[in-house]
Ligand binder design. Structure first.
Ligand code: C2E
Ligand code: MG
Ligand code: MG
Length: 726
């Protein structure tokens, strides 16, 4: 058969290839839009994208058809042209849906490219069918198959290119997208022109649709409209990217800002109570003080004061230990809110950590205003707290420092702390106004604390022993071990000075252990010399909280072959009262291993009778303060008399400490005091001197010292073989 000779308008061909590449570029762009962003936006992009991309591909095909000419006039039927356009849109919809869905698997690529290839072929050959011919086209099967293969291959390439494009870094994205678009444009055009080459028009054919869609002006119109549509879509797409970028940047910015605010809050606030922390407090203090300094420099409001109140809870740790940390935390939160309520709205209430709070009071007319607030705080704390079902009573010690009277912004807090320490020392549950000597005290404490750290290793600690005398027979019935620190420069330092420092710094634990060990070794040494000595040691509150205290005492006793009844543990009344639960536990534990217990400094800690009854103590030591006045003060006598009666009623032995005169001794004896201790009999002395003292003052007992006895668990004082009732 003879066929008509076909020809191409080169410029239109080039235009069709460019349109194909441009449409591909836009298609790749749209695929990204469908992929990212919100669901509704993706859906809109999918619909619009399918229309635009479909039009683009179709337009390439249509323009390519218009570039083709035969010796006969050609035209296209409207309906089939419209259907071929629809096929183009359909193909694009599938392509965008696949590209926009999850990961591109090999299966998806194969399935997708078959679908898309089919769609492109449908579009192309429907477009060809729009040429209404009298004699049908004769197809070259090979070229036809190649065109189908190119369509499927181009679709697969498009999908793979899109998948690869996703992993390209943004910097090179446009370049890759351009290259991909050119490849895809060429592939689509390749398919088209191969398809055209497969078509042979017999010479005797005529085109019935020559007067429908045809002509150069239609080609120009389609090209222009398509380019306009693609350009509009591309710029809209880019604008949308920018808008989304701006939104996500804004969102990221907002997030960053709120994260920053949160960080700042955390950096400046105490997370438990929400109060300002030390950093914020010190910052405010510095700011207000600087402002005050400036104002005062100008001579204005020079009389307005600034006060710092340092509030430290008394005996907070026992609450934590007894009821658990959750209870401790709740208590701190409640204390914080009471402090807030006690303060004025303009005051800063901060938590420094642990049970330490500080208040910054500005614009006070006098220092007394600060004291009044301290009183209010003490008052507000007197109401018991309800903590996890427990009723908790707590007090605080408060130190006050005033600006500018007591220092500048840098020293005010330190001075308020020193004043607080003085308040604690003065018996807790009170306040102290800063005085210059407190500062020196604080420095001294720090230097002593540093030296104390090495006191054990440098063998600067020693135990001195003070005899305890039986009130009726006047015989020594035991000793109290009292700690001494031989400071290389300051000489002997009283435990009344360094024990509180050791307690505050935690050093008391190792010191306490040393005392126990040293006392046992001495008892063992005396036992070897035939002196079976009862020794009392003083326990600190921190030792009472050591779980292993009882076991350690028991093991050390056994190691030194000592009878537990030879040991007496003294614990001050206020400590016993501070931490009733811990005291009770340790007392019970010690009683179980046969060690006696004694309440020291009785009369200073407001013990309740019922509490005393609960404790398995054997002995009660009347504080020296009552003994001092015995000879001169009838009230003191009445108190001591009452205490002795009370103690005896509770089956406790009474010891009077600090007996310095014969008069005191006589009165105490008459009042029925069981034991006495004081300079009148003997001062505390080193172990070797004590032995000499025993020989000299208690010769009868000293000469009759029996050899060391095997461990006998008896709840009685035993000395010199003589058994005394407990
Ligand atoms: P304390 O247990 O009440 O000891 C009695 C204090 O009174 C001792 O003071 C003693 O030397 C002193 N003293 C004895 N007789 C008289 C007297 O007739 N007149 C006067 N004015 N004082 C007398 P010291 O040795 O300075 O101890 C003070 C406190 O230090 C002790 O009071 C005790 O609570 C504590 N302490 C002593 N050694 C230790 C220890 O090893 N561990 C612990 N945790 N605390 C200790
Ligand atoms: Mg004592
Ligand atoms: Mg005492």
């Amino acid at each position: 058969m003879v066929y008509l000779t076909s020809a191409y308008n080169t410029w239109v061909v080039i235009a069709s290839v460019l349109i194909a590449a441009f449409a591909s570029y836009v298609a790749l762009d749209l695929a990204k839009r469908v992929r990212g962003g919100q669901r509704s936006a993706a859906l809109t992009w999918w619909v619009c994208g399918s229309l635009v991309m479909g039009t683009g591909i179709w337009s390439m095909h249509f323009v390519g058809m218009l570039a083709y000419s035969l010796p006969i006039a050609l035209g296209y039927t409207k309906l089939l042209t419209a259907v071929s356009w629809l096929a183009g849109v359909g193909v694009s919809a599938i392509a965008l849906a696949i590209a926009g869905s999850g990961t591109l698997t090999a299966r998806r690529v194969v399935g997708g490219s078959l679908f898309m290839g089919g769609g492109i072929c449908a579009m192309h050959y429907l477009g060809m069918a729009a040429i209404d011919l009298t004699v049908p086209i004769v197809w070259n099967p090979l070229l036809l198959s190649i065109s189908v293969a190119i369509a499927v291959g181009a679709s697969a390439a498009a999908l793979v290119i899109f998948a690869l494009l996703r992993h390209t870094d943004p910097e090179h994205e446009v370049r890759y997208q351009l290259a991909a678009a050119v490849v895809m444009g060429l592939a689509i055009s390749g398919m088209h022109y191969t398809g055209m080459a497969a078509a042979n028009f017999p010479t005797n054919t005529l085109c019935l649709s020559a007067h429908s869609l045809a002509g150069e002006s239609l080609g120009t119109l389609v090209i222009n409209l398509t380019l306009l549509l693609l350009s509009l879509t591309l710029s809209t797409s880019h604008l949308d990217v920018r808008r989304r970028l701006a939104i996500s940047l804004q969102a990221a910015n907002d997030k960053l800002q709120s994260a920053n605010e949160e960080l700042q809050k955390r950096a400046l606030r105490d997370p438990l109570t929400g109060l300002p922390n030390r950093v914020l407090f010190e910052d405010r203090l510095a700011l207000i003080a600087a402002h005050k300094a400036r104002v005062q420099h100008g001579g204005v409001a020079a009389d307005r004061k600034l006060a710092v109140l340092f509030v430290d809870l008394d005996a907070f740790k026992p609450v934590n230990d007894s009821y658990g940390h959750a209870a401790g935390d709740q208590l701190l939160v409640q204390v914080a809110s009471r402090l807030r309520r006690a303060a004025r709205g303009c005051d800063t209430v901060a938590r420094l950590g642990g049970d330490e709070f500080v208040l910054l009071l500005d614009d006070l007319s006098s220092a007394e205003d600060g004291e009044r607030l301290a009183q209010r705080i003490l008052q507000t704390l007197t109401t018991p707290f309800q903590v996890l079902g427990h009723e908790v009573q707590i007090s605080a010690s408060i130190g006050i420092a005033i600006y500018p009277d007591h220092g500048d912004a840098d020293t005010l807090l330190v001075h308020a702390d020193a004043a607080m320490y003085a308040a604690k020392h003065a018996g807790k549950a009170g306040y102290s106004m800063f005085e210059p000597h407190m500062n020196a005290d604080a420095r001294e404490r720090l230097s002593l604390q540093n030296d104390l750290r090495h006191a054990i290793t440098l063998s600067q600690l020693a135990l001195h022993y003070q005899p305890k005398i039986d009130g009726i027979h006047g015989q020594m019935i035991g000793v109290e071990a009292l700690l001494r620190w031989r400071h290389p420069e300051r000489g002997f330092i009283s435990p009344a000075v360094f024990i509180p420092i050791a307690e505050r710094s935690g050093l008391i634990k190792s010191i306490g252990d040393w005392v126990i060990e040293e006392a046992y070794q001495q008892m063992h040494a005396w036992a070897r010399d035939g002196l079976r000595m009862s020794v009392a040691i003083n326990l600190s509150p921190l030792q009472l909280r050591e779980v292993e205290l009882v076991t350690r005492i028991d093991q050390t006793l056994a190691k030194n072959h000592l009878d537990p009844s030879q040991l007496l543990c003294e614990i001050t009344e206020s400590v016993a009262m501070d931490d009733i639960q811990a005291t009770q536990q340790v007392f019970d534990g010690l009683e179980q291993i046969g060690v006696f217990l004694s309440i020291d400094d009785f009369g200073t800690g407001y013990s309740s009778l019922s509490f005393l009854r609960q404790l398995p103590a054997r002995q009660l030591k009347i504080d020296r303060g009552f003994v001092v006045d015995l000879e001169t003060n009838a009230d003191a006598r009445a108190v001591v008399d009452a205490v002795i009666h009370l103690a005896h009623a509770l089956d406790l032995r009474v010891v009077a400490e600090g007996v310095e005169t014969e008069g005191q001794y006589d009165i105490l004896r008459r009042l029925g005091c069981d034991e006495m201790q004081g300079y009148w009999f003997a001062p505390p002395m080193p172990a070797n001197q004590l032995l000499e003292w025993v020989m000299k003052h208690q010769p009868a007992s000293a000469t009759r010292l029996p050899p060391a006895e095997p461990c006998v668990r008896t709840p009685l004082y035993v000395i010199d073989g003589e058994v005394l009732p407990a």
